[in-house]
Design a protein around this ligand. Structure first.
Ligand code: ACO
Length: 428
């Protein structure tokens, strides 16, 4: 059976044979389908990229119908159980699990690139006391590009490697400084004796003690959450990372743009919105009324639904388990009961069943973050921190892919036809 598709253009009666690779037609192959010589050729109209692949990738595999997520072929369940965040970040970035020597080297380099230039403190100081930490993170990551001008050399492998160390290492420090600024606490500097996640907790929560000791249960839980967020193929923030990167901008500006996309409540900002929603519902008994409102079109059930998963998000399953471990330590947050009741009713409800709406990663992550002592505003920041290796891996794959070009979708112009300028005095 030939791997082609035959198209008959009923406008002209002409027949075309178009190759099919891996279940895809090349959109530019449609351009040969014309009604006349002047015709530009057939295009495809796809707002939101519902059915368009814009790249090939070897990083993350998702089967949304079956609820499968793998990084470089490894199931997310195994990584969440057996790996650490830094090891998973290495896997996502370089394609293979590291040897002992590679992991030691990677850990050393990340640990030794975590300090920020002292000048950065000055502009973090300039933000208003109630500035959202995600806005501080986005601006500060962009500002890092002013310190590392060699980052512009995106085709220099050594420079890319250096910026990768810096970005993975400095995101927690920026996040820590943004948080401490918002509560008026002095900044806490990195502690090289701690793990990546342990040090992050240190930079957030260290008080007057000489040495901060992270709680191992919380440290592991946060590490697992970071593993779950490390990459998620072509979501909006990754798409932005690739898009901005396609113009050959430096990786700091590209990560800032990706983080800006992540901040939106329909993407990584959803974890913050879930908490606001649960607080607004206030009690288990009010859940049916809230669900009825969602079904009537008055708002969305935040933390539910996904463009790709039409089944339970595998990350949400792991998070639910992690939540139980955290609650054993911190005590049960009453919001979890509202969340469980929401999930129970929604999963039995015809609207949610027929729309294939299941809890996504953001539904439970916020409740864990809250139990760990993070303020709600920090939730998207935690997501951005976890996602940084994924953005960088996708960026590098994209700029080294010979098939990639500067991102430039076409449009279907439906505006006014040519018309003469009307002087101000003649306008109605
Ligand atoms: N609550 C209620 N109805 C929903 C929800 C929801 N959370 N999500 C989708 N729907 C409905 C829509 O109203 C629409 O219904 P209709 O066909 O009857 O008009 C249908 O399901 C399809 O929705 P779309 O918005 O077209 O689906 P899309 O794939 O574009 O959106 C998205 C996916 C943005 C995630 C959506 O499900 C949503 O807004 N969810 C809530 C926000 C959220 O949790 N975002 C985090 C996603 S995970 C992440 O980014 C990390």
């Amino acid at each position: 059976m030939p791997d082609t598709i035959t198209i008959i253009d009923n406008r002209t009666g002409k027949k075309y044979e178009v190759p099919v690779h891996d279940g895809m037609v090349n959109a530019t192959d449609l351009r040969q389908i014309k009604t006349s010589e002047e015709d530009f050729g057939l295009g495809s109209y796809d707002p939101g990229f519902m059915n368009t692949a814009a790249c090939t990738s070897r990083i993350t595999y998702i089967d949304g119908d079956k609820g499968i997520l793998r990084y470089r072929g490894y199931p997310i369940e195994e990584l969440a159980e057996k790996s650490t965040y830094l090891e998973t970040a290495y896997l996502v970035l370089y394609g293979e699990l590291p040897s002992k020597a590679q992991l030691d080297d990677w850990t050393y380099n990340i640990t030794h690139h975590s300090i920020l230039h002292e000048n950065i403190k000055k502009f973090i100081d300039g933000f208003h006391h109630d500035a959202h930490p995600m806005s501080i993170l986005i601006s500060t990551v962009a500002a890092l590009s002013t310190f590392y001008s060699e980052a512009k050399n995106i085709y220099d492998a050594e420079s890319r490697q250096k910026q990768t160390y810096r970005l993975v290492a400095k995101m927690p420090t920026i996040a820590g400084f943004a948080y401490r600024h918002s509560i008026g606490m002095p900044y806490a500097y990195p502690d090289n004796d701690l793990t990546y996640t342990g040090n992050f907790l240190n930079m957030l929560f260290k008080m007057t003690e000489l040495k901060y000791q992270p709680n191992p249960v919380l440290e592991r839980a946060l590490d697992v959450l970071f593993i779950l967020h490390a990459d998620h193929e072509q979501n909006i923030s990754t798409n932005v990372m690739r898009g901005v990167g396609s113009a050959h901008s430096d990786p700091y500006c590209s990560v800032a743009a990706a983080a800006a996309a992540l901040y939106g409540p329909l993407h990584g900002g959803a974890n913050e919105q879930v908490l606001r929603m649960l607080n607004e519902i206030g009690h288990k008994d009010k859940v049916p009324g809230f669900i009825a409102k969602v079904k009537a079109g008055e708002g969305r059930l935040m933390g539910f639904g996904h463009r790709v998963y039409k089944n339970y998000d595998p990350r949400a399953k792991i998070i639910k388990r992690t939540a139980e471990e955290v609650f054993e330590l911190t005590g049960r947050n009453p919001l979890i009961d509202i969340a469980l009741e929401l999930e129970r009713i929604a999963l039995e409800d015809e609207y949610f069943i027929s729309h294939k709406l299941y809890p996504n990663v953001d539904f439970y992550s916020g409740i864990i973050y809250l139990a760990m002592g993070f303020p709600i505003e920090m939730f998207p920041v935690l997501f951005a921190l976890g996602r940084t290796p994924g953005w960088l891996a996708q960026w590098e794959e994209s700029i080294l892919d010979p098939e990639q070009k500067i991102t430039r979708p076409r449009q279907l112009y439906i505006g006014a036809d040519e018309r003469d300028y009307v002087p101000l005095t003649s306008r109605g």
